[in-house]
Ligand binder design. Structure first.
Ligand code: BES
Ligand code: MN
Ligand code: ZN
Length: 499
């Protein structure tokens, strides 16, 4: 869908539908709503008086203007109670009204954005409205060949702004489009099945991103990884016929001497569990085990498009985890890239192995901060469910930045402790560490394991096993790949760029 910002007045705009947002407790119509109400012979007041529309959060009502307005329809969408209002409500409202209109086969809609909905947040309001619309309309259809003509699509979304607002709205819409495009890019990558999203194809996606200015991509193959001694990563890859790829994406928007932010993403294009095979029920969901890696590629893409004045490195260890005659086995001891040894107790705890080598490798960049993103533990799904990202880390300031970015974007995080006591659980009798600490506190012991491979840099680990994939439709996240935490990462990077 194309999004345009046009100068004009909504009441005078000729459109298939004009969208108006209204609060539940806004007793009297004002501003544009009042103007359109008057012009349309009291259409909005009638809908409200008759109880067809109350303004409840995400409630939608559509009426025909019957020639009283240049536009064919008026679409009302509720924002709920004013004192409960926030950006999440706005994203949801635009997602809901756009999906409603698409369902009616409307191809084009117009709206104006009230920049004063939340004082001091003009930029974020515009961004939330546009993101809500674009993310809510997302659908994944490349494999549907039968009945394709039934798919409905919205072609155009117009934001009508007066001359004064235009200067604020136009750049905010541009940013929102870049960010929403990055989220849709990552949703596409995650939704693709593992036979069509192999490590090599992930590497190609990263190469595409590197066509941008100031972005380079280097891909290490199995031989190069052997030379470097990335034996934990290689052990995971040993059961697969697909070549593993170690993807290095670098964006240099900052000054040469600026230490980069390093983003690390788990890139398991399929996780069968390996010799410690998973049950077959729901195993197909493990095509999403590269969600963290895809999010890192997408975040760099957005950072480059936004031209952030920062240096950023994205590292994605991409491989499959399969059982095979050559596969690594429980009991194996691996000499990792860092030199530390790991006893494998369970080949299904593979994410922390590929991340161990990648986190250790990140020290090469002398990072200002390291953030890793991974669908790491089923335990995190049990602890926190689909709603929130698990956060663990060693640096209070970095955790605060991530937490704030989460609140702003609605991709919220919840911290779990990484206390010393938990580290006992991953000590091995014959090697330095073992790759599982048993069932208790599975998310924490996984993070404790990772911490052994991070150099002396501020570090945060985000476990996205829960929210990466949603099993039911949410307001602006159609069920399937959510694209979390791309918006969080971009907001975090934007915050850093402002410092
Ligand atoms: N990729 C899985 C974690 C996962 C589970 C992600 C469910 C999304 C949904 C990870 O590699 C894994 O298998 N973890 C094991 C670790 C255990 C063997 C210590 C788990 O959580 O069961
Ligand atoms: Mn696993
Ligand atoms: Zn996994």
């Amino acid at each position: 869908m194309n999004v345009f910002v046009k100068k004009g007045m909504l009441a005078e705009t000729k459109s298939q539908a004009v969208i108006l947002t209204l609060f539940e407790d806004g007793k009297k119509l004002s501003g544009i709503a009042l103007e359109i109400d008057k012009k349309s012979g009291g259409l909005i007041s009638k809908l409200m008086a008759d109880g067809d529309f109350e303004g409840k959060a995400s409630q939608v009502a559509v009426a025909y203007s019957c020639g009283n307005l240049p536009s064919k329809r008026i679409a009302l969408v509720g924002l709920g109670k004013q004192k409960e209002f926030n950006l999440e409500k706005l994203r949801a409202a635009f997602a809901k009204v756009m999906r409603h209109l698409r369902g009616m086969n409307v191809k084009e809609a117009s709206t104006s954005v009230n920049l004063n909905l939340i004082p001091g947040k003009k930029d974020q309001i515009v961004q939330a409205a546009v993101e809500g619309a674009l993310l809510g309309l997302y659908q994944y259809t490349p494999y549907k060949t039968v009945g394709r003509e039934e798919f409905k699509e919205m072609d155009e979304f117009n934001i009508i702004a007066d001359a004064k607002e235009y200067a604020v709205i136009e750049p905010s819409v541009k940013k929102a489009k870049i960010i929403a495009d990055a989220v849709c890019f990552v949703r596409d990558m995650i939704s693709a099945p593992s036979n069509e999203m192999t490590p090599s194809i992930m590497a190609q996606k990263a190469q595409e991103v590197a066509k941008r200015k100031n972005v380079t991509c280097t891909v290490l193959d199995r031989k190069k990884m052997q030379e470097l001694g990335m034996n934990a990563l290689l052990a995971v890859a040993s059961g697969s016929q697909e070549e593993p790829k170690f993807i290095i994406l670098e964006y240099s928007g900052g000054r040469k001497k600026d230490a980069p932010v390093v983003l690390v993403g788990k890139g398991l294009t399929f996780d069968s569990g390996g010799i410690s095979l998973k049950p077959s029920d729901k195993m197909e969901e493990m095509k999403t085990d590269m969600s963290g890696g895809a999010a890192v590629v997408a975040a760099l893409r957005a950072a480059a498009d936004l031209k952030l004045p920062l240096n950023i490195v994205g590292l994605v260890p991409a491989t499959e985890n399969l059982p095979d005659g050559r596969a690594y086995k429980p009991g194996d001891i691996l000499r990792s890239y860092s030199g530390k040894t790991i006893e494998v107790l369970n080949t299904d705890a593979e994410g922390r192995l590929v991340l161990a080598d990648t986190l250790a490798y990140s020290a090469r960049f002398r990072p200002a901060a390291v953030v890793d993103v991974a669908t790491l533990t089923g335990a995190c799904v049990i602890a926190l469910g689909e709603e929130v990202i698990g956060m663990l880390g060693t640096d209070e300031e970095l955790k605060r930045e991530i937490r704030n970015a989460g609140e702003k974007t609605g991709e919220r995080v919840w911290e779990l402790p990484l206390w010393e006591n938990y580290h006992e659980q991953i000590k091995s009798d014959i090697a330095d560490y073992k790759n599982t600490g048993g069932r208790p506190a599975g998310t924490i012991t996984a993070a404790a394991f990772l911490s052994k491979f991070v150099g002396d840099f501020p570090w945060v680990h985000l476990d996205i096993a829960g929210p990466a994939w949603t099993t039911k439709d949410k307001a602006y996240i159609p069920k399937g790949a959510s694209g979390i935490p791309v918006r969080l990462l971009v907001e975090f990077l934007r915050g850093r760029a402002k410092q």
